[in-house]
Design a binder for this molecule. Structure first.
Ligand code: ZN
Length: 240
């Protein structure tokens, strides 16, 4: 960026971002139309605070039932589709709402959803929210989801929902064991189940009875195989 001579009053500013792609978005939004470098490039609309909310947004609602509350929570994330019909089409989260009959958490829910929506509308990288939320733990203790995953708090569960949503709209890459790893996991699982064929009929988890909590993926799926703790969910093994 070269030097810019300032002739008039500064009436607006935006924080510069080091990401090259985001540099265009850092310009003041109202001037987007008259951008000098838009001679042959098509105008790409990016997420910014001044983007007006369209009349209609598409969204997804996730139901969250935790053992720490009698009532379910419904988390709705609405998305905005930018540059629809062009090669720059991108779906981005625009706002988040949480509904629950449980009013114990009302004030923090309102505060959290307003702040998260504001972060969504600012644009840029919003995936950091996932890690921040997932790292929150409840000092009274967490709980296990029916699938066997350990949730250190309701907020962390919210982080998992936002993560799932961002993956579903393509803002985060899907992660999971690679094909090779999955094959290894399946083999190990078959081996373990063949050895320990007796299972608890009431076990909620889809992993073998007696599985331990995996330190890497927080799922109760780690089993002892050949003296080595191996996770049947993510493939993590203590012995490398
Ligand atoms: Zn694991």
């Amino acid at each position: 960026m070269g030097n810019i001579r300032i002739d008039g009053r500064i009436v607006e500013y935006a924080v510069a971002q080091d990401d090259a792609e985001a540099s265009a978005a850092a310009e003041p939004p109202p001037k987007e139309e008259s951008k000098a470098d838009s001679k042959d490039k098509p105008k790409v609309i990016r997420m910014h605070e001044k983007l007006e909310r369209p009349e209609m947004l598409i969204g997804s609602t996730y139901k969250v039932k935790t053992p720490v509350s009698d009532h379910a929570m419904y988390v709705t994330i609405n998305d905005i589709v930018l540059n629809e019909g062009t090669e720059h089409e991108k779906r981005r989260p625009f706002e988040i709402f949480i509904n629950s009959k449980n009013l114990d958490h009302y004030q923090w829910i309102v505060a959290l959803t307003r702040i998260m929506s504001a972060v969504f509308r600012k644009g840029g990288d919003v995936a950091f929210l996932v890690d921040e939320l997932k790292a929150v733990f409840d000092p009274r203790g967490g709980y296990f989801q029916p699938g066997g995953m350990y949730m250190p708090s309701i907020i962390a569960e919210l982080g998992h929902i936002v993560e799932r949503h961002l993956r579903s709209i393509g803002l985060l890459n899907p992660v999971g064991p690679s094909e090779e790893q999955q094959k290894f996991i399946d083999e190990k699982r078959a081996e373990f189940e063949a050895r320990n064929s007796q299972r608890d009929a009431f076990a909620e988890s889809s992993y073998p009875n007696g599985a331990q909590l995996c330190g890497k993926c927080s799922v109760v799926a780690a089993v002892m195989l050949d003296g080595c703790l191996t996770c049947l969910n993510c493939g993590y093994s203590k012995c490398g």
